[in-house]
Design a protein around this ligand. Structure first.
Ligand code: TYM
Length: 347
């Protein structure tokens, strides 16, 4: 029997606001990761206390790949910095370098209920028909995610729409911990920051499928490491329909591929879909796609160049990541001391 999640009551948390987010080092990052999350990481660091993690512990829940994991971890860190996350303003670090994540995940394993995790759609999607052959880690993935956030008492989490359910689970775990251990307001109930036209970028081949690293077709996504030619080619070949662009947002109904391209344009140009349609409504894709390609190349090509420069000097990246781990540890250590005391561990 699964216990129902605690009713969502307003948090009595009174601590400071803090932003936390992370990305998995499994294969290269793509336009969805950039528009759904990275752009927000950069924007938030000017006004908030921000912690950005490369979640290598999550990366081994599916296929372990020891030969490439460290390199891919550096690549994600390089993408953060190349996109504009400033290691002086924000903490950038690797999850496995801070032990608080695994310790708190264990404690949360004993707070979260099986029934809550059984409802996670991402597990169902990733495990497919072979749930019994999936790793326990894949099932437990969202509990570790809750630990990532709450080890720092983070209050706000910039993510794409696909992480909404995991964030709800993080809130349920925080609330149940506070209730079970009679520690009202100890953990904040973290808020997802999802809004914006980039929250759900779809495949360039199929407007009903999310743009994803795991799609076998490379033409379905724009990788952050793609060069200008590849970006332009993929956008020009993106699936559309023979009709001109609609004049209004309502006209996008039932045209998911068109809606996706408009969303990408809007996110890259930092406007809303209505503004894009005010300019392009009634025109054809023959004119729109090259303009979209130019916009994408102007935004993404400098990031790819900067990523190449950063990954060519792994020692410099490692120094940034070590400094980030020290700073992350310093924030998590007193919180974990309190957690151990609250749980009643021998000390
Ligand atoms: P990951 O590595 O799959 O994706 C990283 C971020 O990119 C967003 N994203 C997208 N946004 C818009 N459109 C898309 N097509 C798209 N694809 C991916 C994701 O929503 C995410 O924000 N579980 C997380 C990593 C994680 C995490 C955390 C995030 C681990 N611990 C703690 C926040 C806080 C994940 O797998 O992201």
């Amino acid at each position: 029997m699964s216990e129902a999640p605690p009713a969502s009551t307003p948090s009595s948390y009174l601590g400071p606001a803090r932003v936390f987010s992370g990305m998995q080092p499994t294969g290269g990052l793509h336009l969805g990761n950039y528009l759904g999350a990275l752009v927000k990481f950069v924007r938030l660091q000017d006004t908030q206390d921000c912690i950005y993690c490369v979640v290598d512990l999550h990366a081994i829940t599916a296929d372990a790949n020891p030969a490439t994991l460290a390199q891919q971890t550096r690549e994600v860190a390089a993408a953060y910095i190349a996109a504009g996350v400033d290691p002086k303003k924000s903490v950038i670090f690797v999850q496995s370098a801070v032990l608080a994540h695994t310790e708190l995940a264990w404690i949360f394993n004993c707070v979260a209920r099986m029934g809550w995790l059984e409802r996670m759609t991402q597990f169902k999607d990733k495990a497919g028909k072979h749930a019994e052959r999936s790793s326990v880690g894949l099932f437990d993935y969202p509990v570790l995610q809750a630990a990532d956030i709450l080890a720092y008492k983070a209050t706000h989490v910039p993510v794409g729409e696909d992480q909404k359910q995991h964030l709800e689970l993080s809130r349920d775990i925080a609330q149940k911990f506070n209730n079970d251990f009679a520690a009202p307001g100890f953990f904040p109930l973290p808020e997802p920051l999802i809004q914006g036209p980039g929250a759900r970028i779809m495949s360039l081949r199929d407007g009903k499928k999310k743009m994803s690293k795991s799609d076998p077709s490379d033409a379905s996504r724009i990788n952050l490491t793609d060069d200008a030619d590849a970006i332009a080619q993929k956008l020009k070949r993106a699936t559309t329909d023979p009709h001109p662009l609609p004049e209004t947002v309502e006209g996008l109904e039932g045209r998911p591929e068109v809606e996706n391209l408009i969303g990408i344009y809007a996110a890259l140009a930092n406007v809303d879909a209505a503004a894009v349609l005010a300019e392009w409504g009634g025109k054809g894709f023959g004119a729109f796609k090259p303009a979209l390609a130019d916009l994408a190349v102007a935004r993404l090509a400098p990031i790819a160049g900067e990523m190449r420069r950063l990954t060519a000097d792994p020692a410099a990246l490692d120094a940034i990541l070590r400094d980030g781990a020290d700073r992350a540890n310093a924030i998590a250590a007193p919180i974990m001391d309190d957690v151990r005391r609250i749980v009643g561990f021998w000390r």
